[in-house]
Design a protein around this ligand. Structure first.
Ligand code: CTP
Length: 412
């Protein structure tokens, strides 16, 4: 079990959004992880959850009013801003982010946020249109530049029955991100941000059927875990897999390629992006809202539409492109030739190519199996590694990428 939060004091700022109900669970999860939690609520938050509920769960008084003489006498806002080890803002609404980014301190929560010099982690939550608005983009960039850490938001169905990026990360994801604040800053990737995609995507035909592939997510998850062990702050965007979330990694769960693309955009910027997911190249052109019935007629045709190429999109970014963009190639024949061509076509720096054919010789097969034999294909040439466990491939790949990154910076 991760002990990074044991004995730490977390000041939890709850903003005024519907996701505030999840923050009550977050209090419990933070305490389960060993932290003491003190809660500050905005006026908006009190419309969704009560200070009493937060106090019952945290075991401490909930603070909410800057001008409450009793509160200020008990513990002033400056002391609130100091008497903790970190501040977690969840949900961080668009309005709260805007006030933070502009140094506005017009209530207790924002006064504390302006006065504190502790590490701050925000878990944004808002409607997808607000999240993608240029004003929110600007505020997010400002907050990141100010050193604020961000977890999420997730992608998927929202309270207003809309879908897109904006859903607050799950409490356990927020706990993992808070733990990462205290992870010892050591290892070859300390201070670096790494993004990994993993698993298959599921492309719905109707509410019960989908198009998918055999990817288990094992290689991608192992890479995310290895990057975290190397000291990086890792975001793993995972399709549906039967694997536990790797420890110390912020995981965003998605289903479809389009959700994966949106979650990847949210997770940027980063120094290294590794696209290990087996993204479905196509999705059913029309998703039926109702289960398609077998009504005696001919089988329905399955028309397909092309999915966005996430790897190619990130490789082609003009501003904010990760320093190292790594793609995977699953090939059944002419592995190296195809990987070379794929690297050029997709515009990435490196391709990790593996032979997924039955004839590959890898015990148990590569797709869904435990072992892998890969070739690293880059501008300079090809490096072929012997067959090994996916965990060993991950470890070695992360070490190789860390070396490349520092080599580049040294040479720049
Ligand atoms: N990839 C992606 N988005 C897609 C498809 C693929 O990000 N829509 C990424 C994968 O994560 C992987 C790489 O691209 O890193 C290779 O994917 P692959 O499906 O093998 O490449 P294709 O371009 O589909 O080539 P082909 O189907 O001809 O092998």
């Amino acid at each position: 079990m991760d002990t990074a939060l044991r004995g730490r004091r977390v000041l939890l700022v709850i903003g005024g959004g519907i996701a505030a109900y999840k923050s009550l669970d977050l209090i419990r999860r933070l305490r389960d992880a060993g932290a003491a939690v003190r809660v500050v609520m905005t006026a908006g938050a009190r419309e969704f959850v009560t200070p009493l509920a937060a106090a019952a769960l945290s075991g401490e008084k909930t603070y909410s009013d800057l001008f409450d003489g009793e509160d200020e006498a008990a513990i002033g806002h400056i002391r609130l801003a100091r008497d903790a080890d970190c501040v977690v803002v969840a949900p961080a609404t668009a309005n709260l982010m805007a006030r933070m980014a502009n140094g506005i301190a017009d209530d207790l929560a924002t006064a504390v946020l302006l006065a504190t010099r502790l590490p701050i982690l925000i878990a944004p939550a808002m409607n997808p249109a607000m999240w993608t608005h240029p004003a929110t983009r600007r505020n997010l960039a400002t907050l990141r530049a100010d050193g604020v850490h961000v977890v999420g938001p997730g992608v998927g169905a929202m309270a207003e029955s809309e879908s897109g990026a904006g859903r607050m990360s799950e409490p356990l994801e927020i706990v993992a991100a808070a733990q990462a604040l205290f992870a010892p800053g050591e290892g070859p990737l300390a201070g670096r941000r790494v993004l990994v995609t993993s698993g298959p995507t599921h492309e719905p035909i109707d509410p019960v059927r989908y198009v998918a592939n055999r990817s288990s997510g094992r290689q991608g998850h192992a890479i995310a875990a290895a990057a975290a062990r190397a000291g990086a702050a890792v975001t793993l965007v995972s399709g549906p897999v039967n694997l536990p979330d790797p420890p110390g990694v912020a995981v965003v769960h998605v289903e479809t390629a389009r959700e994966m693309e949106a979650a990847v955009r949210v997770a940027l910027p980063c120094e290294i992006a590794i696209f290990a997911a087996a993204v479905a190249d196509w999705r059913p052109a029309r998703e039926s809202g109702r289960k398609i019935k077998k009504d005696g007629a001919a089988p329905p045709p399955l028309a397909l539409a092309e999915n966005p190429d996430i790897l190619a999109g990130v490789s082609a970014m003009e501003t904010g492109r990760p320093a190292l963009v790594v793609g995977f190639a699953a090939e059944t024949n002419d592995v190296i030739e195809n990987a070379r061509a794929k690297r050029l076509r997709k515009g990435c720096d490196l391709i990790v190519a593996n032979d997924v054919s039955q004839e590959s010789g890898v015990a148990g097969g590569v797709m869904g199996g435990a072992r892998n034999a890969v070739h690293l294909v880059d501008e300079a040439g090809v490096e072929s590694w012997p067959e090994m466990d996916k965990e060993a491939v991950a470890e070695r790949l992360v070490a190789a990428l860390a070396a490349r990154l520092s080599g580049r910076e040294g040479g720049a």
